[in-house]
Design a protein. Structure first.
Length: 341
């Protein structure tokens, strides 16, 4: 960080040493709206920051960061559903634990995902067979150009695999204020994902799933407080069935799942098979137990992570002919930038 007023090192889970010119911590929905009303989106770059667990800060931001810290959970119900209205700055992981504790089921598979509730719709977070879209009722946001508060239904959010309208038509135009959840009282466990499949579905509780998911995550994923990371750095690539068949001839034990639009390959398997698990480059590297995770061994800059991500994508492309896409958002000097291998 050079020549910037505020360090962002503690606000991004990769622990990258970048900064910004202005930092505003906004702890209520009203203060977020107030800031957005007067903010001129043409004048200088703005970064909306939640928990910083899905960001790569490639440079110091020449602009303002607003850190979303609004709190509040409102519950209501009818005979069929629990309805929750949750402020964007609530911590996702604490929110899920609190709902499971209160016997409000449906979020348990999404336990222990870092970050804020407001960021969950953006990439339609998912884990252990459940995606955010399954529990979403609506998303309310402030539109930075129109200067209005708008609510979209889950269907209008155009959710896809790690994707939504907020990464496409509404990219960088919104500040999410509140998220609505609709959780059925006729709960059905989702246990078709490998490590959950040995549960007895007749006796299982949401708390059992919650505990199992927490155990697996804690044993598999590095804790960002110990070693900087953003979880999975790459999406699982979807290839055509023809491409998959060709790859299978060369790699019969390749990990893959059938999906609607082709065959989804396991990015972690590809990186591992390319010999990169545990690979180090200066202060950064590929995690030695989980090849999908890039880590900061200490003191890394954004440039080092970008160079490593480029090296990993090029190596996988060279070996398998498969292009990897990154999962986190890349933020440069003037705002969001595209990552091109
Ligand atoms: C150890 C680890 C494990 C993870 N596991 C998973 C997983 O299992 N599944 C999964 O899907 N993800 C996972 N992630 C990624 C991450 O937790 C999610 O993407 C999370 O939703 C990011 O939340 P955040 O608040 O940290 O967002 P940030 O990193 O702060 O922001 C991410 C993007 O959202 C924007 N943004 C944030 N808040 C708002 C808002 N209120 N309004 C508008 N834009 C906003 C930011 O500008 C940025 O572009 C993992 C990350 C880590 C570190």
């Amino acid at each position: 960080m050079s020549g910037t007023a505020h360090s962002l090192t503690e606000f991004n889970t990769l622990g990258l040493m970048q900064g910004c010119q202005q930092l505003q911590r906004l702890n209520s929905t009203e203060s977020i709206i107030e800031f957005c009303r007067v903010y001129d989106s043409q004048s200088q770059p703005l970064l909306v920051l939640g928990g910083g667990s899905n960001l790569v800060l490639t440079d110091d931001l020449e602009g303002t960061v607003i850190k979303i810290e609004s709190k509040g959970i409102c519950l209501s119900e009818d005979n069929e559903y629990h309805y929750l209205s949750v402020a964007a700055g609530e911590d996702w992981s604490r929110f899920v634990a609190s709902m499971v504790n209160q016997g409000i089921n449906g979020l348990e598979n999404l336990a222990l995902i870092p970050g804020t509730v407001g960021a969950a719709p953006i990439q339609n977070i998912g884990a252990y067979g459940v995606e955010f879209e399954k529990v979403c009722d609506w998303v309310e946001f402030y539109h930075l150009q129109h200067k209005t508060v708008t609510r979209l239904t889950a269907a209008e959010c155009q959710f896809g695999y790690r994707d939504s309208i907020f990464k496409n038509a509404l990219k960088n135009q919104t500040v999410i204020l509140r998220v609505g959840f609709k959780l059925t009282k006729h709960w059905q466990p989702v246990v078709n994902y490998g490590p959950l499949s040995d549960f007895n579905v007749k006796t299982i509780t949401a708390n059992d799933i919650f505990k199992r998911v927490c155990e697996i995550r804690q044993s598999k994923l590095p804790d960002p407080k110990v070693i900087g990371n953003v979880g999975s750095f790459f999406k699982n690539p979807v290839v055509s069935t023809e491409c998959h068949q060709n790859l299978l001839k060369r790699y019969p034990d390749m990990v893959a799942y059938l999906v609607d639009n082709g065959v989804k390959l396991a990015a972690g398997w590809l990186i591992d098979q390319a010999g990169l698990k545990g690979y180090k480059q200066g202060n950064v590297g590929v995690h030695d137990k989980q090849a999908l995770v890039l880590v900061n061994h200490g003191g890394a800059t954004g440039t080092e992570i970008v160079n490593l991500a480029s090296y990993v994508t090029a190596t996988v492309l060279d070996k398998f002919g498969v292009e990897l896409e990154v999962e986190p958002r890349f933020i440069g000097k003037h705002g969001e930038i595209e990552f091109h291998g």
